[in-house]
Each structure stands twice: as structure tokens, then as C-alpha cells.
Design a binder for this molecule. Structure first.
Ligand code: ZN
Length: 198
């Protein structure tokens, strides 16, 4: 199939998105070509601006345009709990439940020997630094029940236990391998309430 080079490049770029195959990429590229010049410019600007302005919070590593982020600077939140998640999307999922009032800590991945990701590549050192000060009562591990998730939970709890910090993991009433990010609010609320000490 032949596309004129700038169009071929556009299709190639769209194919870099997760879950987008050649056909969808083609459809998206043709859609862009049918958009007004003004809309295309504004879309391109939004892309660049998002990349430019959205960074990781230096305390919890959640994605935010502010540092510290809106959650870390909220005085009404409970300083006694930190909820540890793999990814910023998990923070969004848990915030939607409106049940959790503590702080977060985003690891930026899970321990995965297969993918060559060890604990030193995650924000675990930074998590330990946040346990100092005495205000912290509990660390909740909201981590998916996968092999990588289990390895990460085991590793973190082995570091927190000697410090005398209560460490719990949310109870998934979900099939093994299911994703926290896709759980609905009711399921997540139950998972939080049913958390167990690890
Ligand atoms: Zn933060």
C-alpha cells in the first residue's frame, strides 16, 4: 500500500499508541487530514504542552502540573496513611471511590526480573524516606495480584515490618491478574475496606 510520505509518517506515529493497529492508525490519520487547520494546530499544541507541563510530583510521584501535587498539598488529608500504587492511573482510580483520604506513593512500575526491573528502579527508597517522622500509621499496598505485584508487595513489606509500620494489602475480590485500573468504584471501595495485614 502506498501513502505519500507525510501521510505514511502520520500513520506510523499513530501506530505507536497502545492498542492501535495499522487500520486504526490509518483511520486516525485520515481523520486528522479532514480536521480544520486550526483544530490540528491546537491538538498538536495540547500534546506538546501536556508533555512539557505534566511532571512527577517530587513527594508522591503522581503526575501533576504542580509540584508538590494537589493531593500532597491538601491539608485535610490524613497524614497517617500512605497508599502505594504501581502507576499514576491507579491514583485516579482510587480517588474516584472518594473513600480514601490519605496520601499516595507511586512506584512507577513493579518488580519484574523478566523485564529487568529491580527494586532500585522503583521509588522504594523515596517511600522509606517518607516513613520517617512518626505520623505514619499504615502503608496500604494497592497493588495488582500478579506475579510482579506479589514480588513487589513481599519486598516492600519486608522493609516496612522492621520499622514497625502496619502494612496492609487491598483485598481483591477480583480474578487473579485483573487490573486495579479497570475495577469499578464499588469493587475498589470493597477492596480497600477488606485490606489485610501482610
Ligand atoms: Zn504528590
Amino acid at each position: 500500500m502506498y501513502f505519500t510520505p507525510p501521510l505514511a509518517r502520520l500513520i506510523e506515529e499513530f501506530q505507536k499508541f497502545p492498542g492501535v493497529g495499522p487500520k486504526s492508525a490509518q483511520r486516525m490519520a485520515f481523520f486528522v487530514l479532514n480536521m480544520s487547520e486550526k483544530d490540528v494546530h491546537s491538538m498538536a499544541q495540547v500534546l506538546v504542552e501536556a508533555k512539557d507541563k505534566v511532571k512527577h510530583c517530587s513527594q508522591c510521584f503522581h503526575l501533576s502540573a504542580n509540584d508538590p501535587c494537589e493531593i500532597c498539598t491538601n491539608e485535610r488529608r490524613d497524614k497517617g496513611t500512605i497508599c502505594v500504587v504501581a502507576d499514576s492511573r491507579d491514583v485516579i482510580a482510587l480517588e474516584k471511590t472518594r473513600e480514601y483520604k490519605g496520601f499516595y506513593h507511586v512506584l512507577n512500575g513493579l518488580i519484574s526480573p523478566l523485564e529487568g526491573r529491580g527494586p532500585e528502579q522503583l521509588r522504594i527508597r523515596e517511600l522509606l524516606a517518607r516513613t520517617a517522622g512518626g505520623a505514619l500509621r499504615e502503608v496500604i499496598l494497592a497493588i495488582n495480584p500478579t506475579i510482579e505485584g506479589d514480588a513487589t508487595v513481599l519486598y516492600i513489606s519486608s522493609l516496612l515490618k522492621p520499622l514497625g509500620i502496619k502494612t496492609t494489602r487491598i483485598a481483591f475480590g477480583l480474578p487473579v491478574g485483573s487490573d486495579l485500573e479497570y475495577a469499578d468504584e464499588v469493587t475498589l471501595t470493597r477492596a480497600l475496606e477488606g485490606r489485610r495485614e501482610v
